[in-house]
Design a protein around this ligand. Structure first.
Ligand code: SF4
Length: 380
């Protein structure tokens, strides 16, 4: 399990190693055919800041070699804002005296129909807070069943599950799971996650192993930028990615590192600010480190940045997102989990991407593709 591996990795020493990288380390990383995590640390370090243009060119080249000019579009649907956790940066935390909503099957279908009117979305991400008693695995299975007639690629971003529960959901059409570790700083993790199941760091970080064991087709890792030193968190995620690729090599991976936006919980303010240039550096470093990983930007980022980065390394984007349950049809006025920054419609996002020479893709995966794909060769 990754938590065992992580015990030997010091957060402090990783931070020191990143900040001690030199110009020579950066040059070596840029010239490497296959980057190591050590190379990644050089690329993400302050020493790499003068090489941003070089990194952008490399990132663009690797992205176009692997993905062409495609940008995959997806839409999230929040099924509930009911949550038993107490993440201090989230408006849905348990102590917030707000109205809680759990969409009924009928409301869920209304949302699906409303989404299809926004654009020909085929990639759907179902999102919930953590309330296993009221919105547990049975509830998610039902939502997946209802989604199948409308969407071909179903992902979830919910509480971590047992391996057998992930496996069960794959029989209901589940293709991918996204989970945010939020931060890999074990010593500080419970400052942000003081209560509820999410306070159990190891249960969460080992959830990715359980996804791999269950044979989930696509796994998405995420850190929330704004909690701890972002360079260290993104490096830990890069380590985690390498670990998972080694152990679950049939799986497809994506990474997310959204910058925190103000939540409606009377104001948790980010501890750490990542500038636009630093966001670009992290994106380029990730692409140079891993040519195959999907790099995903959400609507937390402003339109101009999303457009720019769509030409330089990003391969997946959400569009026209509502972060309140039932926000597309049933409850358009409900409390959002966070404010989106890019408020364009899906059609406007598509048009902008086309103007930039990108090829927006509404459907990039189907269960039948797996039947046609040749088997991966065995790993050494
Ligand atoms: S971030 Fe997720 S788990 Fe935490 S309080 Fe918000 S909805 Fe619940």
């Amino acid at each position: 399990m990754f938590s065992d591996y992580l015990k030997d990795i010091s957060w402090e020493r990783t931070t020191e190693a990143i900040y001690s990288k030199t110009d020579a380390d950066v040059r070596r990383a840029l010239a490497a055919e296959h980057c190591t995590v050590d190379d990644f640390m050089a690329l993400i370090s302050p020493a790499a800041a003068p090489y941003l243009e070089t990194m952008a060119r490399l990132s663009r080249r690797y992205t176009e070699e692997r993905f062409g000019r495609t940008i995959s579009l997806f839409i999230p649907l929040y099924l509930t804002n009911s949550c038993t956790n107490s993440c201090v940066y989230c408006g849905f935390h348990i102590s917030n005296p707000m109205k809680r909503t759990i969409l009924t099957p009928e409301e869920i279908e209304n949302e699906y129909r409303a989404i299809k009117r926004l654009g020909p979305f085929e990639n759907l991400l179902l999102v919930t807070g953590e309330n296993p008693a009221l919105a547990g695995v049975d509830y998610i299975a039902r939502a997946l069943d209802l989604a199948k007639p409308y969407f071909s690629n179903l992902k979830i971003e919910i509480m971590p599950l047992k391996a057998e529960e992930y496996e069960r959901l794959t029989h209901h059409g589940l293709n991918g799971v996204i989970c945010f570790q939020e931060t890999y700083n074990r010593a500080r993790y419970n400052v942000y996650h003081p209560r509820g199941m999410k306070s159990r760091f190891e249960w969460r970080v080992d959830g990715f192993d359980r996804m791999g064991q269950a044979g989930v087709h696509s796994i998405g890792l995420g850190v929330l930028i704004g909690l701890e030193e972002w360079r260290t968190d993104v490096t830990m995620m890069a380590r985690h990615l390498r670990y998972l690729q080694k152990h679950y090599w049939r799986t497809k991976y994506s990474v997310n590192f959204p910058r925190m936006r103000p939540a409606e919980n009377e104001g948790f303010q980010p501890n750490v600010i990542m500038s636009d240039r630093e966001l670009a550096q992290a994106t380029f470093a990730m692409r140079i480190f891993d040519h195959d990983v999907d790099i995903s930007y959400s609507t937390r980022e402003p339109a101009a940045i999303r457009d720019h980065m769509a030409t330089l390394g990003v391969t997946t984007m959400s569009a026209e997102s509502k972060t309140d349950p039932g926000g597309y049809y049933s409850h358009p006025q409900a409390l959002e989990q966070f404010h989106v920054s890019d408020e364009r419609t899906a059609v406007e996002v598509e048009r902008a991407l086309k103007r930039l020479g990108r090829e927006p893709v509404w459907k990039d995966w189907d269960a039948s593709f797996d039947m046609m794909a040749p088997q991966h060769p065995a790993q050494p």
